[in-house]
Ligand binder design. Structure first.
Ligand SMILES: Cc1cc2nc3c(=O)[nH]c(=O)nc-3n(C[C@H](O)[C@H](O)[C@H](O)COP(=O)(O)OP(=O)(O)OC[C@H]3O[C@@H](n4cnc5c(N)ncnc54)[C@H](O)[C@@H]3O)c2cc1C
Length: 372
């Protein structure tokens, strides 16, 4: 197996992601429970505050058996990829600093031309290149066909911890906007998190200066610690801003090319389930392909059938979370506080069967020498 990553090396840090329910089972079955737990963040929970910083609601990381709003398995995205990389690097070929430029497939394999100049043939190609997947665009169609914006923009960046943030995430919300701070392992710094509603809004995710200007405009006048958080926009070493979006597709495979993770079924950061979906999806995709003797049609069909209801439940949670932050129309009847459907939450955490593929006779992908 070959993994191709566009970045020149493993990307460290990044946002905190979580594993709940069946995703924890997948981690256990990979034998990585201890390594993942050792690399966890130390977040104790979250609380919401009013404009004066008075605590309104508290969510603890050990609520709901560790599968609550802040999960007991919360880990930086970069630390999770380090654990996965360390465990697989001896049996897997990793190629950093390259990407697929072109591919063509026939009945027996896929010819891939890499941007760096290599040409190779593979039995199967799986696109795991995230929300803005270029493999998806190459094989399935343009981004606009599949990416659904949910009408909200999220921004994250590191600030000095002049706010005394400790092991708790703090969130302040006002009229469809929010500002928050979360702890980082390096206690001298904290992560600022800002959001605002933005229907029909497109942002060039490469133009950081324009994004910072926009963030300042949209957050102007927001109370609590927001002005002090915004004051660090020019000296932050990192910056992320993007539309909250989901990927909705009728199928996640085309011949010998499949999609997995955010590229196929992003549920958005607002679902809190994207990493769980990617882990569970990877387990089922590998298992179903192996169980089908590496026949792409049968393997992809099994993976899609098992995954789809689980994906839909997580996407529903993402949409409901965005809606719960909508500004109420001043002329509308006062709406009741949305009731969370506990059945839906359970389906989003545990709603998929994980067969035990250890019994599958040939559970390793067939080896094929590279053709250059
Ligand atoms: C701000 C934010 C907050 C989030 N919060 C949470 C959370 O609390 N809980 C949670 O579970 N999930 C959260 N998520 C979602 C989570 O990060 C994703 O669902 C998860 O990382 C998906 O994994 P992935 O491997 O499919 O894609 P990604 O993590 O996006 O990884 C894609 C990889 O592909 C590489 N790549 C991109 N293009 C190419 C190319 N052309 N060729 C080769 N490589 C390429 C990228 O460099 C990257 O390493 C959050 C996401 C964001 C953005």
């Amino acid at each position: 197996m070959t993994v191709v990553e566009r970045a020149p090396e493993l990307r460290p840090g990044g946002q905190a992601v979580d594993a709940r329910g069946v995703a924890k089972d997948v981690i256990r079955r990979m034998g990585l429970d201890a390594a993942v737990r050792a690399a966890r963040t130390d977040t104790a929970g979250a609380y919401t505050v009013d404009v004066d910083g008075k605590v309104l609601e508290t969510f603890r990381a050990d609520d709901h058996g560790g599968d609550g709003y802040i999960a007991e398995i919360e880990i930086l995205r970069g630390d999770l990829s380090q654990v996965l990389y360390d465990d697989t690097r001896d049996g897997v070929e990793y190629v950093f600093g390259d990407r697929i430029a072109e591919l063509t497939q026939d009945a027996d394999g896929v010819d891939v031309a890499f941007a760096g100049g290599d040409r190779r043939r593979f039995d199967l190609v799986i696109g795991t290149d995230g929300l803005h997947s270029s493999l998806r665009a190459m094989v399935f169609g343009p981004r606009e066909q599949f990416v659904r914006h949910l009408g909200m923009v999220l921004a994250f960046y590191t600030v000095p911890n002049e706010f005394g943030v400790d092991r708790w995430l703090i969130d302040y919300q006002e009229s469809g906007r929010s500002a928050g701070l979360r702890p980082l392992q390096d206690a001298t710094r904290a992560m600022a998190m800002l959001s605002f509603s933005a229907a029909d809004f497109d942002v060039d995710y490469r133009d950081v200066e324009a994004q910072k200007r926009l963030l300042r405009e949209r957050m102007a006048g927001l109370g609590w610690l927001t002005p002090r958080i915004l004051a660090h926009l020019d000296d932050t070493p990192d910056f992320y801003l993007d539309q909250v979006a989901q990927v909705v597709m009728d199928r996640w495979s085309n011949g010998r090319v499949g999609l997995l993770g955010d590229a196929a079924f992003s549920s958005s950061p607002m679902s809190g389930g994207g990493t769980g979906l990617a882990l569970v999806g990877a387990y089922l995709l590998a298992g179903e392909l192996a169980a089908a003797g590496w026949d792409p049609e049968a393997g992809f069909a099994g993976y899609e059938a098992r995954m789809r209801p689980f994906v839909e439940a997580n996407q529903e949670i993402g949409r409901l979370h965005v809606q719960s932050r909508d500004v109420p129309d001043p002329d509308a009847e006062p709406a009741a506080e949305p009731e969370w459907d506990l059945g839906l939450i359970e389906r989003a955490i545990n709603g998929v069967d994980l067969p035990d593929y250890a019994e599958v006779p040939d559970s390793r992908a067939p080896a094929r020498p590279p053709v250059r």
